[in-house]
Design a protein around this ligand. Structure first.
Ligand code: PGA
Length: 276
């Protein structure tokens, strides 16, 4: 395994061409966003302390959200309502209603005040076989219910070493763009999560992250400079209080999607504060 993963981009033409995002035209000041992805963690009692702690910290340097397991969405709603902190789910069905035992419709999440829903997380893709097409269908259903999807994209280690990082992300994004259109990204958050960095303790370097984020923004800018300018692109993958500030300082990094560290109140708050 190489010690430092060099990026070997397959999109050089895009980066050199004039479709590359012209930063001088940028007008939007994107607010940073930090989202906790609790995954399948939490119980009623421990959630209370975590949710109240995040609420009472009243962070103002960034937007803060937590994506909790389905059973605890009502708890998040009751504790976070009327605070600056928003909440969401980690998945949803691509269907509106019907005979889909065990599934949760996007409108049900909206009923409980969810703003966000994570879609296409690498654990859904790899452990539950969610394809680009399924994720695109979920994306459409979530938006139709008024939710803001946090669309996760990212390459495996094998893909990175093979120099396929951007081709993979291009494919993952295209599945959504081709069905929903670029304008759909206006109320969408993107999260770049290299699979090799998720839950591994191994973080992408700030330069590696910036390079992918800039390329993704350039890709979107080719279709709509305004959408590219406004969209928040989060980084996720072993973000910790120790590395958050350096990552968030990068021009195209608009915050983070935080797994393990979002379960430890002081770590999560320190990461949120690293956006200032
Ligand atoms: P991690 O998870 O911070 O534990 O690496 C990130 C994620 O899965 O969203």
């Amino acid at each position: 395994m190489p010690k430092r993963l060099e990026i070997d981009w397959q999109w050089p033409k895009l980066l050199k061409s004039k479709v590359f995002f012209d930063r001088s035209a940028a007008t939007t000041m994107r607010k940073k966003l930090v989202v906790g992805n609790w995954k399948m963690h939490g119980r009623l009692e421990s959630n209370r302390g975590l949710l109240e702690g995040v609420r009472d910290a009243a962070i103002t340097s960034c937007e803060v959200a937590v994506c909790v397991s389905y059973p605890y969405i009502a708890q998040a709603q009751s504790i976070l309502a009327d605070s600056g902190v928003t909440w969401g789910a980690q998945n949803c069905s691509e269907y509106d209603l019907g005979a889909y035992t065990g599934e949760v419709a996007p409108a049900m999440l909206a009923d409980f005040g969810c703003r966000y829903v994570l879609l296409g997380h690498s654990e859904r893709r790899t452990l539950y076989g969610e394809t680009d097409a399924v994720i695109a269908a979920k994306f459409g259903a979530a938006r139709a219910a008024g939710l803001t999807p946090i669309l996760c994209v990212g390459e495996t280690l094998t893909e990175r070493v093979a120099g396929e990082t951007l081709a993979v992300i291009d494919r993952q994004l295209a599945a959504v763009l081709n069905t929903a259109g670029v304008e759909a990204l206006r109320k969408t958050v993107l999260a770049y999560e290299p699979v090799w960095a998720v839950g591994t303790g191994r973080t992408a370097t700030p330069d590696q992250v910036q390079e992918v984020h800039a390329a993704v923004r350039a890709k979107i800018a080719a279709a709509s400079p305004a959408v590219a300018d406004g969209i928040q692109i989060l980084y996720g993958g072993s973000v910790k209080p120790q590395n958050a500030r350096e990552l968030f300082a990068k021009t195209d990094v608009d915050g983070g999607l935080i797994g393990g560290a979002s379960l430890v109140l002081n770590d999560f708050l320190a990461i949120c504060r690293a956006t200032n």
